[in-house]
Structures are given as structure tokens and as C-alpha cells.
Design a protein around this ligand. Structure first.
Ligand code: SF4
Length: 623
């Protein structure tokens, strides 16, 4: 049932003194937009607490764009922490938006960001707390249209039954088109299903209820989705893709919160897409092609954002900021303008070569804390398998350059359980870390307090990548391999930490399953699972019990390998990269052959440019 629009802040106000971090629930932060004159209301929602959701740039971009449109008002909402949601349930208070404190269920559209697989139980929680009917196909005519978007839409079948529509690809212009379509359809008195049919004709919009799932001998046990009989919807929905980033407004996340949030700084996106072609990386495949924002736009956005927000730090964000062809110019110009004011410019991770270190030094010239690199695998052989085109020599030179530039701490990211991995590859991780520590002592002196921290994640095969057919390591084998690595690392300057294997297993399960995965998500939520990405909230036993209750075995699902020619649960949605290219890349991986970056060499045939009629759009020459 659609709830009435009314300001209900008076109902949560008495609860604020009873919860942790009450400022999570306060509106009117600096930079927020006041409720606009309607009549059409959109609520963009991050399904985690405010402190995690506020810095999300995608949400900031949509919020800014929708609030510029006449007749559309966009507000934000976040998932209350467990203390607040318990009190709200007790007192029968629905989930509210931040700006006008109106019930989320009173909006015309609720847009939810799928940031990663582990938010799935939070989405159930959001809808339940809002009082919105959980399954899209059971919603009343006047209930909000619930729309998903974000990086994890590529195998969103386990949450698809909760969404009226899912937006694949770039959100700019697309959410505006969706909003206009729903607004016009409602104004014309169309039935909900007819509005959904119109939505399914928009670029990048997938409407799950118009597709059936078929299981047959060509598919995996999770089946594949096909248009429902009589529905004229595309067999494959391709993503919506902005051709030139420079045609869009460079929006910064510039709302200043009342409390410390996870990335408490101004964030400006400098480029979208990455063509390096790491075979495990979903974002690398789904955000293609590369589109750079020109230098002048970046600098203008940083200056404007700093001026309006008062922040003293700015992050130049993207999948690979140091790949931007004007990165050096941008950093030097920003430093010349902002260095004296004490404003810090940061880049999220470093390219693994000397250029990367130079750029990091240019960005952080005042505080040289530590540097982070991601070699991902410990041997050249395995780095060739995953197409991580870096060598031991790149690593050594980058480390030497960093230590010579005054850095004393190095953090290295690796993965465990990559296809074809052997114990020798794992020992290679320890050897690489020890070599970096040794270079540090050579440069900085034997008594210097050089540290090298290595963080090892469990490889999770993701859809729309060349490794989408792979299985994940069983838990026992993960623990054995962790032991192999621990035994191999003897240098006291090297510290090893692991990502939790059970959490990765759930991620793997949700990455593999089709639409029936919703039964598991629902059972887990009913078992009390929420905030699964939070270490202190994640409860593997609850997930296990939920799975057993519906006859599923989690390990069995995550570790299953799919046939290379099987129809997959996500084949009906595409980022434009062809399945043929992914199969070819899988074969090249097994043969330990690398594939070059098409922004520095010729096209390697992934198909996105031809399919979506776009191309790599660089602001200058790449180095
Ligand atoms: S189609 Fe070719 S040029 Fe375009 S992103 Fe793919 S590999 Fe690169």
C-alpha cells in the first residue's frame, strides 16, 4: 500500500537519544537539497547505514541530476542501524527519507544501489521497514516503482524478484528517463504492467517480471531468463552507456555530514572504465569503454566542490586514476593551486610502476604515510593467467622508488584461489613481500621501521568476466592454503591478513545463483541476517541454516564449475562485452597468454564499442 506523504520526523525524534550515532538520522546537512516542489518524488537509497552510503558518488550524481529537472524532487534514504530499526519496528514507524522525513513508501520511485552482493539481505530489510510489498509482481497499483542500479546489477537475479526494473550501466540521463516514463504513465492512468512494458523499452532497463526462467539441458541448474510469452521485450538487455563523460556535469559528492563517514572528503570522478583486462575483475569488463573527463573539467569540479563544502581533502576517483592520460598535469596543477592551502589530494590506489609512485608522491606530497599496490598474484605465471600485466621488476622498481621518496609502509593486495593456482604461487606471495621489505631496508637502512602488509582475499568468480565459469575454493582448502602462505613468510617486517573465507563464500554463492537465489536471500533475512558486509554482524551459521532449510548446500553452490557453452543465469543482460570474447579470454588464461590494454594498443575485440556504438574516449595520449 502506498503511504501518504507527511513529515514524520516528530515520530523518530524521541528515539534519537536512545540510539548510537543519532546524527545518522538528521536532515539539512550542508550541501543537501531542500525538498523540491513536486509533484513527482524519487527517493534514492543506499542499503547500508548513512556513514557508509553518504560518500557514494553514484548516488550523489543521480541526486544532483534529478533535482535539476522541473517537477521532479529527489531525496535520499539510508538503512537505519539495527538499534534504530528495532525501535522503529516496535513503534510501527516506517522508513523515512532524509530531506522531508516522508515515508519511503510514499514516493513514486525508490532507487536502490546494488553496491555489492552482500547488501542483498539489507534490501529485504529496507523494503520490509518501508512497508513496501516485497515481491514486485505482488505490488499494488499505487505502490512505488522499486528500481535497482549500481555495480552489482550484473547477476542480480537473486534479488530481481524485489525490483520492478533494473538499470544496467550509467545512471546519468537513464534514471531521469525512467522517472519521466513512470510520471507520464501515471498521469495517463496506465496500469502498472503497462508502465513496466514502457520501461522495458528504455535503453539499459531490465524488467524482471517480464521474463521467465527456463531450466533445460543447455543451462546450469539455475536456468536462464527468456522473455515471457507475448511480451515484446529484448532477449538481451544491453547497458546504457554515456558516450563522452565530458558531456555530463562533473558532480562531486559534496554534502557535508554531521558525523565522520567512511570517506570523509570531496570525491570527484576523473574517468570511467578500464581496459587493462584483468580477467577476474568485473568492473573492468562492465564499465568499458574508457571515458576520461578532460583536465579542465576535473580541476573546475575540484575547486568548486572544495569551495562549497569546506573539505580539506579531495579524492580523484575511478577504477584506475593514474591511467588518466592527463593525470600528471591534473595533479601538478592542483598541487600548485591547493598545496599552500593545505588541501590534500588523494588517488584511491597506485599503478604498479614507477609512474604510479611518482603520481602518488605528487598527490600526497605533505603526508607520506603508506602506499598500496595490487600485484594480485605471487608468480609471473599466475599473473599471466589473470592478465595482470605487471612484472617482478615493476614491483621492485615501484618499491625502490617509493622508499626513496620517503614512504616506509607498503600494503600489497593479493588473491587466493585463482584458477590454476598452486602452492608454489602462494609461496611466491610471501617471497615478493619479503623482497619488498628487503629493498626497503637497503634504501632506508637496516634499522629502519619498514613494514610490508599483505592482504589476501579469496577469489570469487564474478559474472561477465572470463572467469565466470570457474568455481570457488572450498572452505577447508582455503584454510589449508592460508597455512601454506603463513609458513612461507618468515620476515618479521611482513604482516599477513586474510579476508574472511566464509563471507567470501556467501559472495560466491550470490554471484552464481539465478532467480531461485531469492529463496535463499529471504530465508537468510528471516533467520536474522542483516549487514552481512559488517564483520561483527555477519553470521555464517545463520546463512548455513537458511540454506539447509531450503535444501541447499552453500559450498556446493559456490564451488561449482559451469560448462563453457552452458546458458548462464545472467546471459540476458550484457555490458556489451561479448560472451565469445570472455570464452576466448578464458582459453588464453589457461594457456597463460596475456591480452594487451586496448587504450595503448589496438582493439582486442571485446565487442563493446561495436555493440554500443561507443569508443574509448581519452583526453590525451596515454603513457
Ligand atoms: S571493442 Fe576494442 S577498443 Fe573497444 S573497449 Fe573493446 S577491446 Fe577496447
Amino acid at each position: 500500500m502506498r503511504l501518504a506523504r507527511e513529515d514524520l520526523f516528530w515520530r523518530i525524534e524521541p528515539l534519537l537519544s536512545m540510539v548510537e550515532r543519532p546524527s545518522r538520522y538528521l536532515n539539512h546537512e550542508w550541501g543537501a537539497v531542500e525538498e523540491q516542489p513536486g509533484p513527482f518524488h524519487v527517493c534514492v537509497m543506499y542499503p547500508d547505514v548513512y556513514d557508509v552510503g553518504l560518500p557514494n558518488l553514484g548516488l550523489a550524481i543521480l541526486y544532483d541530476e534529478l533535482n535539476r529537472l522541473d517537477g521532479i524532487s529527489c531525496e535520499r534514504a539510508y538503512l537505519p542501524w539495527i538499534d534504530m530499526s528495532a525501535l522503529m519496528r516496535e513503534r510501527n514507524i516506517p522508513l523515512l527519507s532524509l530531506e522531508s522525513s516522508s515515508p519511503v513508501a510514499s514516493f513514486d520511485i525508490v532507487g536502490i544501489t546494488l553496491a555489492h552482493e552482500l547488501v542483498c539481505t539489507n534490501i529485504v530489510e529496507v523494503l520490509d521497514l518501508s512497508g513496501i510489498t516485497l515481491r514486485a509482481d505482488e505490488r499494488d497499483e499505487d505502490e512505488p516503482f522499486v528500481v535497482a542500479g549500481g555495480p552489482s546489477v550484473w547477476n542480480a537475479e537473486p534479488v530481481a524478484p524485489m525490483f520492478d526494473a533494473m538499470l544496467l550501466g550509467d545512471g546519468e540521463h537513464a534514471l531521469a528517463l525512467i522517472s519521466e516514463c513512470v510520471r507520464d504513465g501515471r498521469a495517463q492512468g496506465l496500469a502498472r504492467v503497462d508502465i513496466l512494458r514502457r520501461l522495458a523499452k528504455l535503453p539499459g532497463v531490465y524488467v524482471p517480471s517480464l521474463y521467465d526462467v527456463v531450466v533445460d539441458q543447455t543451462s546450469t541448474r539455475w536456468g536462464y531468463a527468456v522473455p515471457k510469452e507475448g511480451e515484446s521485450v529484448p532477449e538481451v538487455v544491453y547497458k546504457h552507456c554515456i558516450e563522452h563523460l565530458s558531456d555530463t556535469e562533473p558532480v562531486a559528492q559534496r554534502i557535508v555530514p554531521y558525523l565522520t563517514v567512511v570517506q570523509d572528503r570531496l570525491t570527484v570522478e576523473v574517468l570511467r572504465g578500464c581496459a587493462r583486462g584483468c580477467r577476474f575483475c568485473q568492473a573492468g569488463m562492465t564499465y568499458r569503454p574508457v571515458r576520461e573527463r578532460p583536465k579542465d573539467q576535473i580541476i573546475e569540479a575540484v575547486n568548486r566542490g572544495l569551495q562549497t563544502s569546506g573539505y580539506d581533502e579531495c579524492c580523484l576517483s575511478s577504477l584506475s586514476t593514474t591511467d588518466h592520460s592527463q593525470c600528471a598535469d591534473v595533479l601538478h596543477e592542483l598541487y600548485a593551486e591547493l598545496g599552500e592551502k593545505g588541501v590534500r589530494v588523494s588517488i584511491p590506489s597506485q599503478r604498479l610502476d614507477s609512474f604510479g609512485v611518482d603520481m602518488a608522491s605528487a598527490a600526497r606530497s605533505s603526508r607520506k604515510t603508506g602506499l598500496t599496490f595490487a600485484p594480485e598474484a605471487g608468480s609471473q605465471r599466475l599473473r599471466d593467467v589473470i592478465n595482470k600485466n605487471v612484472t617482478d621488476q615493476n614491483m621492485d622498481e615501484a618499491a625502490r622508488n617509493a622508499f626513496e621518496n620517503g614512504y616506509r609502509r607498503m600494503k600489497l593486495y593479493f588473491m587466493m584461489g585463482l584458477p590454476t593456482e598452486t602452492d608454489e604461487d602462494l609461496r611466491g606471495i610471501a617471497r615478493m613481500a619479503e623482497r619488498v621489505a628487503q629493498i626497503g631496508r637497503e634504501v632506508c637502512g637496516p634499522r629502519s621501521r619498514v613494514t610490508v602488509s599483505i592482504s589476501v582475499a579469496v577469489f570469487v568468480p564474478k559474472c561477465q568476466t572470463p572467469f565466470q565459469w570457474e568455481g570457488q575454493l572450498p572452505l577447508e582448502e582455503t584454510h589449508r592454503r592460508q597455512h601454506v602462505m603463513l609458513e612461507a613468510a618468515t620476515d618479521r617486517a611482513v604482516r599477513i591478513s586474510y579476508h574472511d573465507a566464509e563471507t567470501s563464500l556467501i559472495e560466491g554463492v550470490l554471484s552464481k545463483m539465478g532467480r531461485t537465489g531469492f529463496d535463499l536471500v529471504l530465508a537468510a533475512w528471516k533467520n536474522g541476517c542483516r549487514f552481512d558486509a559488517w564483520t561483527d554482524q555477519f553470521d555464517f551459521d545463520r546463512w548455513n541454516d537458511a540454506a539447509r532449510g531450503i535444501g541447499l548446500d552453500l559450498e556446493d553452490i559456490a564451488c561449482e564449475r559451469f560448462d563453457l557453452d552452458a546458458r548462464l543465469p545472467w546471459d540476458h543482460v550484457s555490458p556489451g562485452v561479448s560472451k565469445g570474447f570472455l570464452q576466448r579470454e578464458w582459453r588464453r588464461a589457461v594457456d597463460e597468454q596475456t591480452t594487451k590494454d586496448c587504450t595503448m594498443n589496438s582493439c582486442t575485440g571485446c565487442g563493446v564499442c561495436q555493440t554500443l556504438r561507443v569508443s574509448n574516449d581519452l583526453a590525451g595520449e596515454r603513457q
